[in-house]
Design a protein around this ligand. Structure first.
Ligand code: ZN
Ligand code: FE
Length: 257
């Protein structure tokens, strides 16, 4: 399975997964159809499925047009998103498996950003390889999604599920928000040397307009404040030792940042 990252809208990423043997492709969260169609034609691929993580327009905006161009395409999304994802045919529950290119993705139910949000996780095929996590607007490089339809506790539990995946999992998040996220992170975890170093690296990448996605889960665990609610520095910054309160206050502070 090959993975391509396509830029869309202002700061969205769309991911194209494809199988070179069969010349078929799956697209994750097509914000718009045009960049996807362009790449499919360029590579001579047939689109067989759309994997949506949640119903927001900047993740499903291309569904209709893609279905029009590829009428056999199958549209996957979370079970709770019924009625909100254009063309949805498959309603995935926690743990449901989805096959593509000899790989099997597991559905992880991650409510918080929206009440129906799911992530797609492809475990590594062979020992020593990386797994692939498509997490939409739940976990970002250096941050997490806003709480539109969920509580801090829900989001924290969702992120905790993702945090348990292997450290070398590649995190394919749906927006290029990393630099701003790390600027916030430094205000609450400024003494963290891993964070300081990551900030320097990301700043350099962005000054050359390079992408910071995918990131690695291990790096997220060491630098992303929204995976670090039990760290003393973050408890200090939020003035509480209660994990849910720590997380909730971090999210509030980020909303105002
Ligand atoms: Zn969203
Ligand atoms: Fe989004």
């Amino acid at each position: 399975m090959q993975i391509l990252r396509l830029e869309a809208l202002l700061d969205n990423y769309i991911f194209l997964l494809y199988d070179r043997q069969k010349n078929i492709a799956v697209v994750v969260d097509p914000a718009e159809a045009e960049p996807v169609l362009k790449k499919l034609y360029e590579l001579g691929l047939k689109l067989v499925a759309i994997f949506n993580t949640h119903h927001h327009w900047d993740h499903v905006g291309g569904n209709k047009e893609l279905i029009r161009k590829f009428p056999e395409v199958k549209v996957y999304g979370g079970a709770e998103d019924r009625g909100r994802i254009p063309g949805q045919q498959v309603f995935l529950q926690e743990g449901a498996r989805v096959e593509f290119a000899q790989r099997v993705a597991e559905t992880i139910f991650v409510p918080g950003h929206t009440r129906a949000h799911i992530a797609y996780y492809f475990p590594p095929q062979n020992l020593g390889e990386a797994g692939e996590l498509f997490c939409g607007d739940t976990l970002f490089a250096g941050g997490c999604g806003r709480l539109f339809e969920g509580t801090p506790k829900q989001m924290m539990e969702s992120l905790d599920k993702l945090r348990r995946l292997p450290e070398n999992t590649r995190v394919w998040c749906a927006h290029e928000y990393t630099l701003k996220n790390l600027q916030f992170a430094l205000t609450v975890d400024g003494e963290n040397p891993d964070l300081q170093q990551r900030y320097r690296e990301v700043k350099a990448l962005r000054s050359r307009q390079e992408a910071t996605v995918p990131s690695l889960l291990g790096i997220e665990k060491r630098t992303n404040p929204f995976l670090r609610w039990e760290q003393p520095a973050l408890q200090l910054a939020t003035n509480t030792k209660d994990p849910v309160q720590t997380f909730a206050r971090l999210r509030e502070m980020k909303d105002r940042f």
